[in-house]
Design a protein around this ligand. Structure first.
Ligand code: NOJ
Ligand code: CA
Length: 532
C-alpha cells in the first residue's frame, strides 16, 4: 500500500536455516537451500518477508546464537556469495529479508573475546564485563544464567570472572564501552549495505545491566509457586537486564537504521526479542517518540489458557499500552517454543492462526506451522540443543526438525540417503507440502487462502481494531475497519456450539466449506469465521 512502510502490512515467516532446506546434501540446511525455496514462500504460500535465524560464523554451541564473526557466514550455511545470491533472489521476487543480530553476547571464540581475556590491560578488556571474585573467591554477585548455573565464569589467566547471561561460551558484550558499541553498530551497517531490510535483535533488552552489578532480589513467591520455579525464575531480574540505559543505546541503533533508510529510500525494520510480562515496560521499547525498536516482539500468545477472555484481554491490554503511532505485532511460535499444533491441538491451532492473521499488527509465522508440523520427541542420543542437554524438558530440538517438503524418507529436505541433523517427524506422511498443496481443507491451503485474503484487504492489513461486545461467553470477536471495508472475526474458543445474531457473508473460516451469505451464525466448537 502506497506510503505505508512494508513492515506494517507484511506477514513475516521465520526460517530456521539449519532446518529449512539443505542444498549441498550434508544434512544441514543452508542459504542456497533458502534461495531455492523463495518461489514456495512468495508464490505458493504468499508471505512478504522472511526472518532468517543466525547464519553468522559460529562454533554452534547455541546453533548460531554464539557468533564468532558478525560479518561473515558460517561455512555450514555457505559464504557471503551465497548470501548475495539470497538477497538477489529476494529482490527479484519482492520478498523482504530480515536477519538475526545477536547484540548481547558473542561466542567465546570471537577474536574480540580472545583479546579481551588475554590480559587485564588489553585494549579490548572492557568490550566484555569482567569483575573481581567475591571476598570468598566465588562469583561477583548472585546473577544466574538463563541456561542455568551462575552467570559468571572464572578465568584463571587474569584471575577475574566474566559475565555470561546464557552459556559460558556466550560472554556478554559490554555496550558501555564506546569501542565495542562502534564495532557492533558497524556490523549493522555491513548487512544493511549488503541489502537486508531489517533485523531481529536477540534478547536486546539484556544489553544494558546495572553498572554496579548489584545482587538481584530473591522472588518472594507464594510457596506453591516457588516450588515449581526454576533456578533463573527464583530471582527478580532487576539488575541483570533492562537497565534504563538500554533506551539511549536503542536510539543509536535506530539511528543506524534510519540513516540506511534515508540512503536507500527503502524502509528498514527492527524487532527485538523482548520477553516481558509487564505491558508498559514492554511498550517502552518502542521509544518515547517511536525512536527505538520498530517493535518489540509480543509473546503474549505464546503460552496461556486459550480462553476467549484471555485472548480478548491480551489484545485490549496491548492496544492500550501502545505508545502513540506504535504498530502492534503478534506471534504464536518460534524456534524456542513447542510446536503450535502440539501445544494447542489441531482445531484450536487453526483458530489461533485465523486470529494471528486477522488481528491488527504484523504477524510472524514459524516455518512448518503452515503444514501443521508436530513437536518431535527427540531420543536422548540425538539431542543437540545445549539447553536440552542440561535440562531435558527444556530442549528445543523438537520444534527445530527439518521442514517437510514431501513424503520421502528425507522429506525432500536433503538428498536421498542423507541423514538430516535432526530426525524427520511425519508419522502419517501427511504433514508435508506435497501432500497438502491443492488439497481442500489442508493446513497449507488454509494458510494460502488466509494470506491471499489478507493481501487484498486493507481492513485486515491496516484497519482499526474494535472488540465486538456482548457475544457468548467463549467467543472472542472483533471488527477491523478501513474506510468502508468492515470485516468481523468470530472465534469460538469453547468446545460447544454457539449461536450469534450475525448476518453478512462468510469470506473464510476454519471449516473450508463455510463460505457465503448468512442470516444468522452458528459456530461449532473451536470454529472461527471472517464475515463481511
Ligand atoms: C534467544 C534465542 O531465541 C535463543 O534461541 C537463544 O538460545 C538465546 N536468545 C541466546 O542467544
Ligand atoms: Ca547443507
Amino acid at each position: 500500500m502506497a506510503g505505508v512502510a512494508w513492515w506494517k502490512t507484511a506477514v513475516i515467516y521465520q526460517v530456521y536455516p539449519r532446518s529449512f532446506m539443505d542444498a549441498n546434501g550434508d544434512g544441514i540446511g543452508d542459504l542456497d537451500g533458502i534461495t531455492a525455496k523463495i518461489d514456495y514462500l512468495v508464490d505458493t504460500l504468499g508471505v512478504d518477508a522472511i526472518w532468517v535465524s543466525p547464519f553468522n560464523k559460529s562454533p554452534m554451541a547455541d546453533f548460531g546464537y554464539d557468533v564468532s564473526d558478525y560479518t561473515d557466514v558460517d561455512p555450514i550455511f555457505g559464504d557471503l556469495d551465497a548470501f548475495d545470491r539470497l538477497v538477489a533472489r529476494c529482490r527479484e521476487s519482492g520478498l523482504r529479508l530480515i536477519v538475526d543480530w545477536v547484540p548481547n553476547h558473542s561466542s567465546s571464540e570471537h577474536p574480540w573475546f580472545g583479546e579481551s581475556r588475554s590480559s587485564r590491560d588489553n585494549a579490548k578488556r572492557d568490550w566484555y564485563t569482567w569483575a573481581d571474585p567475591a571476598p570468598d573467591g566465588g562469583p561477583p554477585n548472585n546473577w544466574i544464567a538463563v541456561f542455568g548455573g551462575p552467570a559468571w565464569q572464572y578465568d584463571e589467566l587474569t584471575g577475574q570472572y566474566y559475565l555470561h547471561s546464557f552459556l559460558a561460551s556466550q560472554p556478554d558484550l559490554n555496550w558501555r564501552n564506546e569501542g565495542l558499541k562502534a564495532a557492533m553498530l558497524d556490523t549493522l551497517r555491513f548487512w544493511l549495505d549488503r541489502g537486508v531490510d531489517g533485523f531481529r535483535m536477540d534478547v536486546v533488552h539484556f544489553a544494558m545491566k546495572d553498572p554496579e552489578l548489584r545482587d538481584n532480589p530473591v522472588f518472594d513467591a507464594p510457596e506453591t509457586l516457588a516450588r515449581s520455579l526454576g533456578e533463573y525464575d527464583k530471582l527478580v531480574h532487576l539488575y541483570d537486564r533492562g537497565h534504563p540505559d538500554i533506551h539511549p543505546m536503542l536510539r543509536e541503533v535506530r539511528a543506524v537504521l534510519d540513516q540506511a533508510e534515508a540512503g536507500s529510500g527503502s524502509a528498514k525494520y527492527s524487532v527485538g526479542e523482548i520477553h516481558l510480562l509487564d505491558w508498559d515496560e514492554w511498550a517502552s521499547y518502542y521509544g518515547a517518540s517511536n525512536d527505538e525498536l520498530h517493535m518489540p516482539y509480543n509473546f503474549a500468545f505464546v503460552s496461556g489458557p486459550w480462553t476467549a477472555e484471555w485472548a480478548r484481554n491480551n489484545v485490549e491490554e496491548l492496544e492500550a499500552a501502545l505508545p502513540e503511532g506504535a504498530w502492534p505485532n503478534y506471534v504464536l511460535s518460534n524456534h524456542d517454543e513447542h510446536r503450535l499444533v502440539s501445544r494447542l491441538g489441531w482445531d484450536r491451532s487453526a483458530l489461533a492462526i485465523l486470529m494471528l492473521l486477522t488481528l491488527r499488527g504484523t504477524p510472524t509465522l514459524y516455518y512448518g506451522d503452515e503444514i501443521g508440523m508436530l513437536q518431535a520427541d527427540i531420543p536422548p542420543e540425538r539431542q543437540q540443543d545445549p539447553w536440552g542437554r542440561r535440562v531435558a524438558e527444556l530442549g528445543r530440538d523438537g520444534e527445530r526438525t527439518p521442514m517437510q517438503w514431501d513424503a520421502s524418507p528425507e522429506a525432500g529436505f536433503t538428498q536421498p540417503g542423507v541423514e538430516p541433523w535432526l530426525p524427520i517427524v511425519d508419522p502419517d506422511r501427511l504433514h508435508n507440502v506435497a501432500a497438502q498443496l491443492g488439497v481442500a481443507g489442508s493446513r497449507l491451503e488454509f494458510h494460502r487462502r488466509l494470506l491471499a485474503l489478507r493481501k487484498l484487504s486493507p481492513a485486515l492489513q491496516l484497519g482499526d481494531y474494535q472488540t465486538i461486545p456482548d457475544v457468548p461467553e467463549h467467543v472472542f470477536a472483533y471488527r477491523r475497519t478501513f474506510d468502508d471495508e468492515v470485516l468481523s472475526v468470530f472465534l469460538n474458543m469453547g468446545e460447544g456450539p454457539v449461536e450469534l445474531d450475525v448476518s453478512g457473508t462468510i469470506l473464510l473460516g476454519t471449516d473450508p466449506a463455510r463460505v457465503g451469505a448468512i442470516e444468522s451464525l452458528r459456530l461449532q466448537g473451536l470454529e472461527g469465521v471472517i464475515v463481511r
